[in-house]
Ligand binder design. Sequence first.
Ligand SMILES: *[C@@H]1O[C@H](CO)[C@@H](O)[C@H](O)[C@H]1NC(C)=O
Ligand SMILES: *[C@@H]1O[C@H](CO)[C@@H](O)[C@H](O)[C@H]1NC(C)=O
Ligand SMILES: *[C@@H]1O[C@H](CO)[C@@H](O)[C@H](O)[C@H]1NC(C)=O
Ligand SMILES: *[C@@H]1O[C@H](CO)[C@@H](O)[C@H](O)[C@H]1NC(C)=O
Length: 193
Amino acid sequence: MVNTCITLIILSSMILLAIPSVLSLDQDPVAVEQWFENLPNMTPKLTHLHFYLHDLVSGSDPTVFRVAQSNITSSSPTAFGFIAMADDMLTTGPEPNSTVLGRAQGIYGSACLEESGLLMTMNLVFTGADYNGSTLSLLGRNAVFHRYREMPIVGGSGVFRMARGVATAKTYEFNLTSGDAVVEYNVMVQHYN
Ligand SMILES: *[C@@H]1O[C@H](CO)[C@@H](O)[C@H](O)[C@H]1NC(C)=O
Ligand SMILES: *[C@@H]1O[C@H](CO)[C@@H](O)[C@H](O)[C@H]1NC(C)=O
Ligand SMILES: *[C@@H]1O[C@H](CO)[C@@H](O)[C@H](O)[C@H]1NC(C)=O
Ligand SMILES: *[C@@H]1O[C@H](CO)[C@@H](O)[C@H](O)[C@H]1NC(C)=O
């Protein structure tokens, strides 16, 4: 009887431990410090994220706005010097009505005189069931007319604390008239939670 009880307790605590830590992490400073102290015992894991980013400059609900430009932007073949702030939707599929996973929030601007090359500084803010409340920080060069653009993931928060990785972007749809784009993203990240 006692043995059964103990077995049950051990089993139930094993089940508790087996629940993946998708539940929100404690963000107070002491908890963060403890998390770092425990870091040497944690095994890195690899996560592959796949989603579509909707960069909408036109229509009734634009999600990106130009906030500044240089005095050569309008005459530059690469619109050099423009800076835009975006809050773009991330969805599971290319259709705008597919399931929302989060937003890409940040600044991008034309940083190349020779070809269309953007400097991207974006936070991927996840709000879907899987990574709700966690973020990834992307910082890189986006040569928008290249087939694939590789951009570093330089960090993260929540389940993505200390994340490192690579995002590849591929244009799914680009409307030259409106400027709206749907971009397919594959993100490989190494993280701990
Ligand atoms: C842009 O501004 C710079 C310095 O402010 C000036 O030298 C240059 O002539 C301007 N260019 C144009 C196209 O107005
Ligand atoms: C999403 O939009 C497409 C048309 O673009 C429509 O055929 C489809 O039924 C819509 N799906 C949902 C879940 O609303
Ligand atoms: C994400 O978290 C927020 C705040 O904690 C909550 O209101 C929301 O319902 C959650 N969304 C999902 C899809 O779990
Ligand atoms: C491209 O954008 C223009 C202007 O907003 C719109 O009239 C047109 O239908 C769009 N083309 C496609 C293929 O969505």
